[in-house]
Write a protein that binds this ligand. Sequence first.
Ligand code: BES
Ligand code: ZN
Ligand code: MN
Length: 526
Amino acid sequence: MKMRTKSLLLAACLSLSPAPAAPAQSFTGSGVAPATAANSAERAIGFAASAPAGSALVIVMTDATLPPLDGVTLNNAERQAVSAAIAAASFDGKAGSTLSLRGIGAHPRILLVGTGTTPSSLALAEAGGKAAQELKSEAHAVTVAGAYGDASAADVAYGFALGQYRFDRYKTVDSKAPATGAVTLVGANPAAAEAAFNNRWKPLAEGVRLSRDLANEPANVIYPESFVARVRDALAGAPGVSIEVLDEAAMRKLGMGTLVGVGQGSPRGSRLMLVRYRGAGAPDAPIAFVGKGITFDSGGLSLKPGAGMGNMKGDMSGAASVMGAVVSLAKSRAPVHVVGVAALAENMPDGNAQRPGDVTRTMSGKTIEMVNSDAEGRLVLADANEYVAKAYKPRAIVNIATLTGAVVGALDDSYAGLFARDEALSARLLAAGAVSGEELWRLPLHKAYAERMKSDIADIRNSATGQGPGASLGAHFIGFFVDENTPWAHLDIAGVNRSEKASPLVPKGMTGFGVRLLDQLARSGD
Ligand code: BES
Ligand code: ZN
Ligand code: MN
């Protein structure tokens, strides 16, 4: 007995490998998981030359003047009534403004939504999202009109799709949203508007929905293995896609001590999922998007306090948004080459969990003193970055992760934190943020941080002691595992992956932050 213990110990010390495999590679959960159910039906989105009779009317306004409208019948008396209401309410058509009118002619409702003058694509989308939310419990079908062209109608439709999202699939007692009619965008050339929508915005809205769904799902439903299954389903039939999934046995063989280590307190096995999409004419080397996919972050043995722990079901938001972006790019057949990576593990305390003070190592052999098991995101990203660099030879790597509470203190929910070692990549990311509406603010990566993360016994430690620039120290740690010659950036989305209140394109709940940004980045060329 004594001998056996001793030799086991010796083996563990020699290999610095994670503890023996958790028994279950396939796990369906103890207890009773909720039955799979559908969310309340969203409005179907269509395009037409004229308004269906009896629908609620949305008019997209750039200022206070009611424009001439294609495809909508408003007689003189009705136009006058609307104009009088605009004046009485001092409605100015600025971005974000709305005015809801009832009792005009036979229209069940007329909703004015403002974009401001010469609106961007994003401003038009926001008007669409605002309309979707205002009309959430409007039982009538909806018609949207405005004095704009076909591309703009597609922009508005896109915003409507993002704004009407909801996650209520587990409500069973009369609180689901009421059944609602379709939304039709009217204009002179509906076929052109519909093509613009289908070629870009519809796949992007689908990617955002996937990301939000994955993050909103509770952790008894989404864990590494079921995350992989959901993403496979979402990608079914998408062109140019190939999927690679490493399970624990494969990762162990490759020496991926951090990905296996973080998951070893959980019976749900870790996974590394890689999805390559290569569009026609795209370059040989892909851009890698590598997302943190902690399907639940209890903190591990460095257990988090109880309040708000439930929000840690969303600690896989980075991985979810990576996969959402790949869905968008593939389904729109974008001429780009990307590899989306999800570093998936559940961080739980258990007799088999990693202990603070444990030393593990990544695939490349670099060693880590794991001083805080709650700094787990950076650990799984270390192995994921090393693997994708070796196996896919990307021309750039972008990490996206709900990495630190510290970034929330710095940037709140207004910006995600951007850390970059490459000026060109940083500039491209900032530009993609402005265009997509998912904005970034750059934070420092100073060489002094190396000192803070030094370990006495290993190459690096996963957390510093005492106060410090927490978000930057996390970024430094991740960067330690990326070759200096590979353009690299890291996005800390801990402040933006969940919203407490609705904004036009983002209902309350998990936001899907990063899908629109990464989609835009991939399309923005070198
Ligand atoms: N997932 C958390 C970060 C987080 C905090 C996300 C709040 C969303 C909202 C992460 O794994 C974590 O626990 N980070 C620690 C790092 C620390 C131990 C160095 C933190 O920020 O406290
Ligand atoms: Zn975490
Ligand atoms: Mn943590």
